[in-house]
Design a binder for this molecule. Structure first.
Ligand SMILES: C[S@@+](CC[C@H](N)C(=O)[O-])C[C@H]1O[C@@H](n2cnc3c(N)ncnc32)[C@H](O)[C@@H]1O
Length: 222
């Protein structure tokens, strides 16, 4: 089974032999890939909507993996059970992901690893998971088509970060490869447009955007 570069990159962050819950599995292609490549022995593919979950079931059946991939219908952590040690969430908005965990911290006592590839609000995601007792063990950037995605692996433990670490990603900024430069040049360009069109009375938004522009220029040395 071949999966796209984005999902493959998320899969690379999964530890061998972990018991995973993939929240928002949709087609369950990542889960099939992880089992077929012997990264995980068993995995739960979960989704809030019946349509995607039925699609997941069909794919799992096609690959004869019903004994290795269990499907569950539910919202966020509703599908979590205590035997799961790793949670994967990709292709969902950052604030939706934070909302899933916010008042459910006692539920995930057995979780050692959380792997996320949010559509947006990556800075908020880093700050939130660090605040609830996870640090960033690994991070990756991947370009799939025209879009560059971030994938972040959190594990339990404490680490202090600078504001710029939350914004750029502590490991991404340390590596500072060509994808990093391309990604943040685009972020800079969109903010320069935004600052031009934002009404003068949007003071807070203008202030934050200007700070981010300066931060990116400093980081990229431009
Ligand atoms: C864009 S798809 C991403 C699919 C796959 N994870 C990927 O990265 O390609 C988002 C999926 O998340 C599901 N979803 C959205 N909110 C959810 C929630 N609160 N709990 C569980 N699944 C959710 C949607 O139904 C949809 O199938």
């Amino acid at each position: 089974m071949k999966i796209n570069k984005r999902l493959k990159t998320v899969g690379e962050l999964v530890d061998t032999n972990s018991f995973c819950l993939d929240i928002g599995c949709d087609h369950a292609l990542l889960d099939i890939y992880l089992v077929e490549n012997k990264v995980v022995k068993k995995i739960v593919a979960a989704d809030i909507a019946i349509g995607p979950l039925n699609c997941a079931k069909e794919n799992i059946k096609r690959y004869h993996l019903e004994d290795k991939i269990e499907t569950r219908l539910g919202d966020g952590l509703e599908t979590y059970t205590n035997d799961i040690d790793t949670i994967i969430i990709s292709g969902i908005g950052g604030r939706t992901i934070i909302g899933m965990f916010k008042y459910k911290l006692s539920t995930i006592k057995n979780v050692k690893t959380i792997i996320v590839s949010p559509n947006n609000y990556q800075e908020d995601i880093r700050r939130f998971f660090n605040h609830i007792g996870f640090y960033i063990q690994d991070e990756k950037l991947v370009k799939d088509g025209k879009i560059i995605y971030q994938a972040i692996k959190f594990v339990r433990g404490k680490k202090r970060y600078l504001k710029s670490d939350y914004f750029f990603g502590p490991i991404l900024r340390k590596n500072k490869d060509s994808l990093f430069i391309e990604y943040f040049k685009k972020e800079l360009a969109s903010r320069l447009i935004l600052i031009d069109i934002l009404p003068k009375n949007y003071r807070l938004k203008r202030y934050i955007t200007k700070k981010q522009i300066n931060m990116i220029k400093k980081e990229l040395n431009i």
